[in-house]
Design a protein around this ligand. Structure first.
Ligand code: ATP
Length: 373
């Protein structure tokens, strides 16, 4: 357990928790980060993601549990003895050193004599070869961030930890840097653990996302899987927007039939986060972009087999790539529909009677009782 190998590569947290006095910032959690993956800890401010990252880095001592890097238990080791490096939002570059010397710093500190080849290679990786003699203040925010990444990677850490590294950048640069960091990670093949509160960022960059809420991991999975199959209302609403309709199970089988606001709705049983039992409540979820909006006069043309609910348009707003409709009806108020290609025939305006319809296969079911716990 104590010999260092560089073959295991993953991070394994077992029963790791952190309490401050009587406040629990992180409840005991088990988490495995696969070797060579881009892993995101995603959650709102205060959910415990930074504390979790800092426990991996050794900057925070866990109250319970162990941290394994590969096969090695590093729980008791100080940060500089762990095979990890951290990139912070503040970059923490040395202002008096140029880019080359900032990147060379870790090597020089370890007494490495000839650093040029390695530094040049790193600057090439982050595409800053032409900025080697610039000082940090002569660089843009994105370029400074890339220097910070190069400086961390030159030590060949087993794991690179990134704590909101793009938080200080404006939106456009942030989007560019997301792709850039993803490219760098793919190229070096090192495990990246990235903390962010931005769901789009986590979805764009990560192979696996752990969604955290109030000190717990609510759900873990590939971005598309989390989006398509949220298991809790928190995840359903934190990753994009979901319409959640209160319903009661009428028939439970491989296909579940529920009644909601009058009409029946259908969904596959394997898309329910909780076993559906006849007579019990279920929250039925559908993403706004999976819904088609039809004027009530055209309802006869809707193919059979679609889930449908009726309502009245309360509001519309043009949001560039699509139009967002807000619909109130017996199944719920404030239902959202995103439509990209709707015919602008002037009838889908506030007050219009409409039918919302969608493929039952896109419907998911959530435990209606979970919020009451
Ligand atoms: P943010 O994005 O705002 O940094 P976060 O999800 O990373 O949020 P943490 O920094 O992990 O959250 O903090 C989790 C909780 O623990 C917060 O409620 C925070 O106030 C609390 N906390 C963190 N550090 C301490 C500390 N040293 N003493 C007391 N409470 C702390």
């Amino acid at each position: 357990m104590t010999t260092e190998t560089h073959t295991g590569g993953d991070v394994r947290l077992s029963g790791i928790s952190k309490t401050y006095g009587s406040f629990t910032a992180v409840h005991p959690l088990d988490l495995t980060v696969p070797e060579g993956s881009f892993f995101a800890l995603l959650g709102a401010s205060g959910c415990g993601k930074t504390t979790t990252l800092r426990m991996i880095a050794g900057l925070e001592e866990p109250t319970t549990g162990t941290v394994l890097l590969g096969d090695r238990d590093v729980t008791g080791l100080p940060p500089h003895k762990r095979p990890v490096n951290t990139v912070f939002q503040s970059y923490a570059l040395f202002p008096h050193l140029d880019v080359f010397e900032n990147v060379a710093f870790g090597l020089r500190r370890r007494g490495v004599k000839s650093v040029k080849r390695q530094v040049d290679e790193m600057l090439g990786l982050v595409q800053l070869g032409d900025k080697a003699r610039h000082r940090p203040h002569q660089l843009s925010g994105g370029q400074q961030q890339r220097v910070a990444v190069a400086r961390a990677l030159i030590n060949h850490p087993r794991v690179l930890l990134l704590d909101e590294p793009l938080g200080a950048l404006d939106l456009k640069l942030r989007r560019q840097m997301q792709l850039e960091l993803k490219r760098i990670q793919t190229e070096v093949g090192i495990t990246f653990v990235h903390v962010t509160h931005d769901q789009e960022e986590a979805m764009t960059m990560a192979d696996t996302v752990a969604v955290m809420n109030a000190g717990r991991v609510e759900q873990l999975g590939a971005p598309a899987d989390l989006y398509d199959n949220p298991r809790t209302t928190f995840v359903a609403n934190f990753l994009g927007t979901s319409n959640l309709i209160e319903a009661q199970v009428a028939e439970a089988g491989t296909e579940v039939v529920v009644t909601a606001g009058g009409g029946p709705l259908r969904l596959p049983a394997d898309r329910c986060a909780t076993p559906a039992r006849a007579g019990e409540r279920l929250l039925v979820g559908i993403r706004p972009e999976k819904i088609t909006l039809a004027h009530a006069d055209d309802a006869d043309a809707i193919p059979s087999g679609r889930n449908r609910v009726t309502g009245r348009i309360a509001d519309t707003s043009f949001i560039g790539v699509s139009t967002e409709y807000t619909v109130d009806g017996p199944a719920g108020s404030g239902l959202k529909v995103y439509e990209q290609n709707i015919e602008r025939d002037g009838r889908l305006v506030p007050g219009a009677e409409v039918v919302l319809h969608w493929n039952p296969a896109h419907t998911f079911g959530l435990d209606a009782a979970q919020d009451a716990e």
